[in-house]
Design a protein around this ligand. Structure first.
Ligand code: NAI
Length: 256
């Protein structure tokens, strides 16, 4: 029960890694505000949390994390409903596979906006709630950004995504430096290949799956829960001496 009495926000909480993270935090006692564009998907996660029947609970707030006014509405909701924020997981992300010479400006912009600009917008807008809370009560407070293995190395036909995720890893370090005096830790997690709606199409291709297995020391793709475990650790007081770090959770892809 590492998140008893904690209020947490998980962006992109309606599917994949965000869903697993929200469930994990709620299992350990958090009140989780699920933020994403599609209310129906968020509701489904909230119902899964309700079915757990534990101390944690979930609330749904439909918002696009690339739109400042919608992110401000999230902050206003949390301020009125909870008056405090302890954990923020910037997880929302998108990707496309496109060759460099065919990559459109729109595609470039969309991927930068959702993966990287959202970290700026959401963290800047919600951090004041965490800072005010820290002045009242010195308890564990943390931001976890979901970066990617692709932020560490180039991948085929995802230059825009790799650049955005490298940006998230860098932004994590700058934010960690700025928020440390307020008692807020900021770290990122870099997943390797994980079975989620984002990778669903690729993972239907048997040759692609075999290639991943060959190139991964543990010889398999990961599960959303295996990433959620690490996010929960970084968000918890157990990681109290960690800030500005990126944790690779790639099944040993980079060492093969
Ligand atoms: P996913 O597609 O299930 O989750 C992404 C979520 O973000 C979705 O629920 C989507 O609705 C939400 N989202 C997208 N644009 C949004 C916006 N503008 N506003 C609010 N919400 C928005 O995929 P997955 O895999 O769970 O992705 C979660 C994070 O993990 C992403 O940042 C992704 O880049 C990262 N990641 C995933 C890997 C994988 O192999 N699945 C590997 C490395 C990183």
């Amino acid at each position: 029960m590492r998140f008893s009495n904690a209020v947490a926000v998980v962006t992109g909480g309606g599917s994949g890694i965000g869903r697993a993270t929200a469930i994990r935090l709620a299992q350990e006692g958090a009140a989780v505000v699920l933020v994403g564009r599609t209310a129906a998907k968020l509701e489904e996660t909230a119902q899964a949390i309700e079915r757990l029947g534990g101390a944690g609970r979930a609330e749904v707030f439909a918002a696009d994390v690339t739109k400042r006014e919608q992110v401000e509405a999230v902050a206003e909701y949390i301020r009125r409903r909870h008056g405090d924020l302890h954990v923020l997981v910037n997880n929302a992300g998108i990707s496309t596979h496109t060759k460099w010479l065919e990559l459109t400006e729109q595609e470039w912009d969309d991927v930068q906006q959702v993966n990287m600009k959202s970290v700026f917008l959401v963290s800047q807008t919600l951090a004041p709630l965490m800072i005010e809370g820290a002045k009242r009560e010195r308890v564990n407070r943390a931001i976890v950004n979901v970066a990617s293995l692709s932020g560490h190395q180039a991948g085929a036909h995802i230059p825009h995504y790799s650049a955005a995720k490298a940006g998230v890893i860098s932004l994590t370090k700058s934010l960690a430096l700025e928020l440390a005096p307020h008692g807020i830790r900021v770290n990122s997690v870099s997943p390797g290949f994980v079975e989620t709606p984002l990778t669903e199409r690729g993972l239907q291709n048997e040759r692609f799956v075999k290639a991943i297995e060959r190139n991964t020391a543990l010889r398999r793709v990961g599960t959303p829960e295996e990433i959620a475990n690490v996010i929960a650790f970084l968000a918890s007081a157990e990681a109290s001496y960690m800030t500005g770090s990126d944790v690779l959770v790639d099944g040993g892809w980079l060492i093969t």
